[in-house]
Design a protein around this ligand. Sequence first.
Ligand SMILES: [Zn+2]
Length: 306
Amino acid sequence: MSIVNTFAGGPLDRASERRTDADWLAAQLASPQSRVVPFFRMQPLVSPGGHAVGWLSTAEVAEFLAEQPHILLGLDEAGVAHFALDLSAVEDAPSLEPFRAAGRFMDLRAIALRLPAGDPATLATGKAMLDWHARHRFCAVCGNPTEMRMAGYMRKCLNADCNADHFPRTDPVVIMLAVRGDEALVGRQKTFPSGMYSALAGFVEPGETIEEAVRREILEEAGIRVGAVRYHSTQPWPWPSSLMIGCFADAETTEIQIDGQELEEARWVSRNLLAASYRGEPGTGVLLPPPMAIAHQLLKTFIEAQ
Ligand SMILES: [Zn+2]
C-alpha cells in the first residue's frame, strides 16, 4: 500500500495545459460554478470548526479577484475550476467581515487532520503558491517588478531588457532515521515540546544527491556514519516551500557526537520503546512527533517492521 502523507494526495487535476489559455481562464473566473478559497496572511478560510474548506463562489469575491493575487488550483472531477485568492494586502477590516462571519482564517497545520482527505493537499498548494508570489514581487536578476503569468505558475520580469521568467520554487529537505538493528537514531531540538524526539532533517544542498544529503546531515548533526539509504515517501510542507523526502539509512557507526547547534540531544532508541510510546504507554520518556509529520510515518514504519 502506498503511503499518503498529510498534504499529499491532492484530488484536483492541475490542468497545466490550460494555464496559458487566457480566454479559458477568464471564463473560469467568470463562471458561477467556479470555487475560490481566500487566504489571509497565508491562512485559509475554513468552516468555524476547521472541518471544511471555506469555498466561495467567484461572485462572492469578484471585487477581490479583480485586484488581489489568485492562482488556479485545478479542476475537480466535474471539471469545476478551483482557485486560491490572497487577501493579505486587504487592509480594510470591514471588507473581510463577510468572510469572518462565514468561517475562520486558520493555520493549515492546526486543521489539516480535521479536513476531509485531499483538502489539506489542495490548501497546501494554495498556501505554497500564494506565499511564493508574495515573496517574489521583484526580479531576482535585475530587481524590477515582476508580474504573475500562467494562472500563477510563473512570474515574468516587466523590464523588457531582462524579460526573465521565474517559476515557483520547491526546496528539498531530507528527513531520515538512521537504523542499526532494533534501534533508530532520533534527536531533539531545543524548541521541541518536552520529551519529544524526531527524525533528523536538513536541506539538500546544490550539487548533492538525496543519499549524499542524508549521509552528510546525519554525520554533521549526530556524528554517525551511514551507508545504504532507502527512500520511504515524500511530503509537501508549505512553510514556505519544502518537500520533505523521508528516508531510512543503515548506520555504520554507533557513537553519537552532536553538533550542539541544531540538536540539543540525539540518542538511539529501541523499537520496543518506540512501540510503547506509539501505543501511548506512560513512562517511556519519549514522545513521538504528531501524525501530520512525515517523521511520525517514518517511526511508525520502523516500529511495524518487526
Ligand atoms: Zn528582470
